[in-house]
Design a protein around this ligand. Structure first.
Ligand code: 7RM
Length: 647
């Protein structure tokens, strides 16, 4: 994969060394990289979080399963809430909440969080929730979402948060897989001035999820929604008891949550995250990478339903006692300067978002940011997909005023915490590179055979040593866990991403190497979308792939063969797109559907996705000699050119 062109580009890359001023005050100092990894995590584990009982062993590594902080007892909600109140920070703002309607704002202090999580925890207990009872959370960006997560953590009930954009089927798949007994939801959510019927979707999901006995419903929009007697309870009616609810002492390795993520099959994987290692990992990375200070106003603009929201809106920042911003709506509602108005209003000093959002702002133009005073910003972060150098430069210049460090952070739902990232004040950054492994992290690039590859060559990103927030497995799927992450190389974690390392030892992420697409930073598997399509009565067969999209990183292209009697039409195309949205969620809607009488297959019947990707990218076709019928791709290519439709 080495090309001379890459080397030329690398030597010409722009470099941004840290400014002296930032370096002098930074939480991370250069010596952090010299520390031995056990010393580093031992200290962070003891000092970054509070323990009911100290751990007796740093970690145990019996590949492919790790345990961290063995023998320790702690509680995540205690660390995120109670200990700050005990330390006299009860009046400190935990979240500046900004509703989507422009006149709705709330300030949630750490004392508020303690009171509200206590009340909800007592209500959950009254519904029969105990340590180990699984709880689903299907909500939007309201303060009650972190409150629900923390209430669960308080009593040792593991949660799964399901992104509010997911369909009833997606929700019930997760509720069933985790065997959730309670679902916490809200009447409706706001989105771009209209309402999203969360409760109605939840009802449909719960009807197909026999384990769910009770539903707790937050009133958000106040519109009428059906309530089922005996099963459904308004949050306000049951969360009344303010009696202290002690934080359940949890073993370091007790389950904190499952978060479902797309893999290479139709069934999402329940990624397992446990208590103390996860909390230490997210709190430590949050402290050093975002250079968070006691008076910081930190804004991670992700949705709580994704891992970024779990680790860097809720658990990491709150463990560090940080004041955050929580925004309910979209960046362009009611106007395209909404984000910059929020930055100005709360004097945000740290902003963490995704390349797809940055590119949307680029497209809308600089005038929206220019209307506002963004001088409070000290640091910018990026996550979710490779950031193109143009977007990186634009972000630093037009949002960061040409002065802020930009940290491009690589990590996954599975890794729980950021693993490859600059440390602001220490690292010389290059637009487009996530730079270096975080202290204690052993990342490398391997070739197909498992040899480490040298500078400039592309290969597969691997992690050779366990880290505290790493996944502890896939829920009820040991085989799949071993197969997905640990079968390509012995005892080495295979991330599923391509990467290369340059001569300075900086990492450049090259995107997924498996059948996972990344659309606006959302992970969607090709097979999930294919299954949704063939579920439609008109579809005989479907093949799906991603193609490069300037806006969303990748866009979904579907090739569909209709059943004999069906006619291809614009109406059919819309019907299929909507069907996918209904089955999975609007994020999975294909941008293009190409109708074709046949899909290109090998003689053994395997769909040749590589060729479909070539067609989608309008590249010259690769090797077609193994095709059963080589004429098929030509036909598809002609159709793709003539039927191309864009959203
Ligand atoms: C945090 C998150 C994980 C996948 C991962 C990559 C891609 C994430 C970056 C990135 C290049 C980055 N979790 N990815 N961050 N690629 N540079 N800074 O996104 O589980 O939803 O996705 O996202 O492909 O494997 S995730």
């Amino acid at each position: 994969m080495t090309t001379p062109a890459i080397e030329t580009i690398l030597t010409e890359d722009r470099r941004y060394p840290p400014s002296e001023g930032f370096a002098a005050q930074a939480n991370a100092q250069p010596a952090i990289y010299d520390e031995d990894f056990e010393t580093f995590w031992e200290r962070e584990g003891r000092e970054r979080i509070s323990w009911f009982e100290p751990f007796t062993q740093l970690y145990e590594w019996k590949p492919p399963y790790a345990k961290w902080f063995l023998g320790g007892k702690t509680n995540v909600a205690y660390n995120c809430v109670d200990r700050h109140v005990e330390a006299g920070l009860g009046d400190k703002v935990a979240f500046h909440w900004e509703g989507e309607p422009v006149d709705e704002r709330r300030e949630i202090t750490f004392a508020d969080l303690q009171r509200e999580t206590t009340k909800l925890a007592n209500a959950l207990k009254a519904l029969g929730v105990r340590k180990g009872t699984a709880v689903g959370i299907y909500m939007g960006m309201v303060p009650e979402t972190p409150i629900a997560m923390l209430a669960c953590a308080r009593i040792g009930a593991p949660h799964t948060v399901v992104f509010g954009g997911f369909s009833a089927d997606s929700l019930s798949d997760r509720l069933r897989d985790m065997e959730c007994e309670v679902l916490i939801t809200q009447d409706e959510a706001w989105r771009r001035g209209t309402t999203v019927p969360l409760k109605r979707t939840a009802d449909e999901a719960v009807a197909a999820s026999p384990s769910v006995k009770s539903v707790v419903v937050l009133r958000r929009t106040g519109n009428e929604v059906p309530m089922q007697d005996g099963r459904d309870h308004w949050w306000d009616d049951i969360a009344m008891d303010k009696t202290a609810c002690p934080c359940e002492p949890m073993d370091a390795e007790d389950l904190l949550y499952l978060l479902y993520t797309s893999g290479t099959t139709a069934k999402p994987k329940g990624i397992v995250h446990t208590t103390a290692g996860y909390l230490t990992g997210v709190a430590t990375t949050h402290h050093y990478i975002f250079d968070v200070k006691p008076d910081s106003v930190y804004w991670c603009a992700a949705d709580v339903g994704w891992v970024t929201g779990h680790s860097y809106i809720v658990y990491g920042p709150l463990a560090n006692g940080t004041t955050g911003v929580l925004y309910e709506g979209t960046p362009d509602f009611p106007d395209k300067d909404r984000w910059w108005e929020i930055v100005e209003r709360y004097k945000v000093d740290i902003l963490y978002t995704a390349p797809t959002a940055i590119r949307a702002h680029m497209k809308w133009g600089t005038e929206h940011a220019e209307k506002h005073d963004l001088s409070s910003l000290r640091l910018l972060g990026s996550v979710g997909e490779p950031i193109n150098p143009e977007a990186w430069e634009w972000y630093r210049r037009h949002i960061g005023g040409g002065r802020t460090p930009v940290v491009d952070t690589w990590w996954q739902t599975e890794t729980g915490m950021i693993l490859i990232t600059p440390l602001p004040g220490v690292t010389t950054t290059k637009p487009g590179s996530a730079t270096k492994p975080f202290p204690g992290v052993d990342a490398a690039v391997y070739d197909e055979q498992g040899n480490e590859v040298g500078p400039g060559s592309g290969g597969y990103l691997v992690l050779r040593r366990p880290w505290p927030a790493m996944l502890r497995g896939i829920h009820k799927a040991d085989d799949r866990y071993r197969e997905t992450y640990w079968s390509k190389y012995d005892d080495v974690y295979f991330a599923g991403d391509g990467a290369r390392i340059d001569r300075d030892g900086d990492f450049w992420l090259l995107g997924r190497v498996d059948d996972v697409m990344n659309v606006s930073g959302h992970r969607i598997s090709t097979i999930e979308v294919e299954s949704a399509l063939v579920d439609h009565p008109s579809v005989a067969e479907a093949a799906v792939c991603g193609r490069t999209d300037a806006q969303t990183g990748q866009a979904i292209v579907a090739y569909v063969t209709l059943k004999g009697s069906e006619e291809a039409s614009v109406e059919k195309l819309e019907e299929l797109r909507n069907h996918v949205a209904r089955k999975i969620g609007p994020i999975a809607k294909p941008a293009n559907i190409v109708f074709t009488p046949e899909l290109p297959k090998t003689r053994s019947g395997k769909i040749m996705r590589r060729l479909l990707r070539d067609v989608a990218e309008e590249r010259t076709l690769g090797d077609t000699t193994t095709l059963a019928d080589p004429a098929v791709v030509e036909e598809i290519r002609d159709r793709a050119a003539s039927e191309k439709t864009e959203e």
